[in-house]
Write a protein that binds this ligand. Structure first.
Ligand SMILES: Nc1ncnc2c1ncn2[C@@H]1O[C@H](COP(=O)(O)OP(=O)(O)OP(=O)(O)O)[C@@H](O)[C@H]1O
Ligand SMILES: [Mg+2]
Length: 310
């Protein structure tokens, strides 16, 4: 999986000078042809991407993400409905386009988003909150406006990773007025997103989201912590990724790792592969992968970074 094209150099332009591509946003009451045209409009020029967005290219695949069948079915049906948008437009309705992915860390929220973008062959934009926020009065909201105007010009996926970072419950938030303005602005913008723009949000803290934000989404998908079966399956996949098929009981390994999520197993398997690679380069008698696993397993309780309980 390659993450490329991060827009490190802001190329923010004034809202008023930003052209909107033909076949762009669906206006209310727009004719069916213009709605179809909006679904078919493609990104014209990567240089047009405004500050606050990073185009992320990925080869993630849904088949490699281990999920409860019900969640996988939900994701498949979401993709299918979006691809079949004409059926819905003909029926006078639009396909769902706004979903929140939630669940504990390290279980595939970001990965699923990338897989959806890759399978739908759509540009995936990560919202970069650090680049959106400005100390200049009103600037943050202005940038948010430019960002939404841009994404409406073509079919794409707009991803708010860790969406709780910018949409904290306004009742609970101790943040200053600036954050509250951003949330209000975001609410208005989300209401206005046309169906050819897919909006995905991810959060580990659903309880922290402003309640009004929830209403803007069509649904939520819960990606839970894995059980032993899923961890065993993933351990095999993770070793295969590095070209290993260890001759050990992977279920026993998965149990002894006591991992809470897939990401922890990924870290462990990378440690094994590092040990293997180092030994191959440096030792007179290089370790086998099984020996490298044994070494990594001995070190695991000392080096693992365990997520503190909330
Ligand atoms: N369900 C899964 N199936 C297969 N691999 C997974 C799964 N979940 C996570 N992984 C692996 O763990 C890594 C981290 O996953 P990801 O970043 O998608 O988690 P996340 O839910 O977005 O976590 P966070 O809440 O911390 O952002 C991925 O790169 C992927 O390799
Ligand atoms: Mg994530």
């Amino acid at each position: 999986m390659a993450i490329l094209e991060d827009q490190d150099t802001p190329n923010f332009q004034e809202e008023s000078t930003k052209p909107i591509a033909e076949g762009g946003a669906v206006e209310q009451g727009a004719s069916d042809e213009s709605k179809v045209a909006a679904f078919e409009a493609r990104l014209q020029d990567e240089n047009d991407i405004p500050v606050g967005l990073s185009l992320v290219k990925t080869d993630a695949k849904l088949k490699d993400v281990i999920l409860p069948q019900i969640v996988k079915d939900e994701i498949r049906s979401f993709i299918e409905d979006q691809n079949d948008y004409r059926i819905f437009l003909d029926g006078g309705i639009t396909p769902k386009n706004k979903m929140v992915l939630m669940g504990p860390p390290g279980n595939g929220k970001t990965q699923v988003t990338k897989a959806i973008a890759n399978e739908m062959e759509l540009p995936l934009y990560f919202v970069r909150y650090d680049m959106l926020q400005s100390t200049k009065q009103g600037e943050t909201s202005k940038r948010l406006g430019v960002l939404f105007r841009f994404v409406k010009t073509h079919r794409c996926i707009l991803f708010f990773d860790e969406i709780d970072a910018i949409s904290k419950d306004r009742g609970e938030s101790k943040d200053d007025g600036d954050m509250q303005r951003v949330v209000s602005n975001l609410l208005v913008q989300l209401d206005d997103v046309p169906p050819h723009v897919i909006v995905l949000g991810a959060t580990n803290h659903p309880e922290m989201l402003d309640r009004a934000i929830w209403r803007r989404f069509h649904g939520r998908m819960l990606l839970p912590n894995p059980g032993t079966d899923e961890l065993e399956k993933y351990t095999k996949v993770a070793f295969n990724k590095w070209g290993h098929a260890p001759n050990i009981n992977l279920r026993t390994l998965a149990i002894t790792l006591d991992a809470e999520n897939f990401a922890e197993v990924e870290v462990f398997v990378e440690n094994c592969h590092r040990t293997f690679v180092r030994s191959k380069a440096k030792d007179d008698v290089p370790m086998t992968i099984e020996q490298a696993i044994q070494r990594a397993r001995d070190e695991w309780p000392r080096i693992r970074v365990k997520i503190p309980k909330a």
